[in-house]
Design a protein around this ligand. Sequence first.
Ligand code: MG
Length: 270
Amino acid sequence: MEAAPGDEKLARLLAPLREDPGRAAILTDVDGTIAPITGRPEEAGVPEHTRELLRKLAAKYALVAGISGRRAVDARRIVGVDEIAYSGNHGFELLLPGNDEPLPDPSLDGHEGDAARFVAELDSAELDRAGFRVEDKGAIVALHWRGAPNEGEAESLANEIATAAEWQDLVSHRGRKVLEIRPNVPINKGIAVAAILAAKPVRAALYAGDDRTDVDGFTALRTLREDGDLEAVACIAIASPETPPEVIESADLSVPGPEGFIEVLEALAA
Ligand SMILES: [Mg+2]
């Protein structure tokens, strides 16, 4: 158990948000932050107690949003809370409370189909033989090879595809046994966070996450503070054995796993 100094630091970080919730925003990654990591990503879910806390926070704070690499509608399904906003696909989509359809990021204009067009021109028989599963995420297409008959061979083919994509002015992004093909549009969780905050008159914001892509969220909050657009920010790392060290190093405070983050949400809701 972390001793009192950690609790004091947490209380100090949360104070500006708790003092004026009507002008404060709570932004959270989904997988590994509020949804515990499961062996199979399709089985991810958010505990009922966390859902109740998110609903309470949505009623109290100016803005509560899930920020996810998943499609926005998938993030909302996993979280199971309709009252908060979801920025999905690393910021390419924004799903507002009460809306059925996500809004595409304005920067995507004209590039929505770039990745799909590229993947459609690949040799689909070769992809099938190599054991790829193609996931259509709208503006992004993901090629998964987990469980392929020969994962090494599939990975080599993925590397060739990534090179070809970059030659065609697309962006390739590698995850664990997955290659994402993205349009060449500057977007990340940080840009998404800045855009979502720009629409709300908030002066304090918290961002919580467990992966490299979440560091962009931390950076965005600090840039807004330096520019005078925010007065106070809190960057919370969710520490688990798989959390990259840079996430913990760049956070103001780390908490032990999604269970540790529940205590932060409880303090914000109290
Ligand atoms: Mg995560």
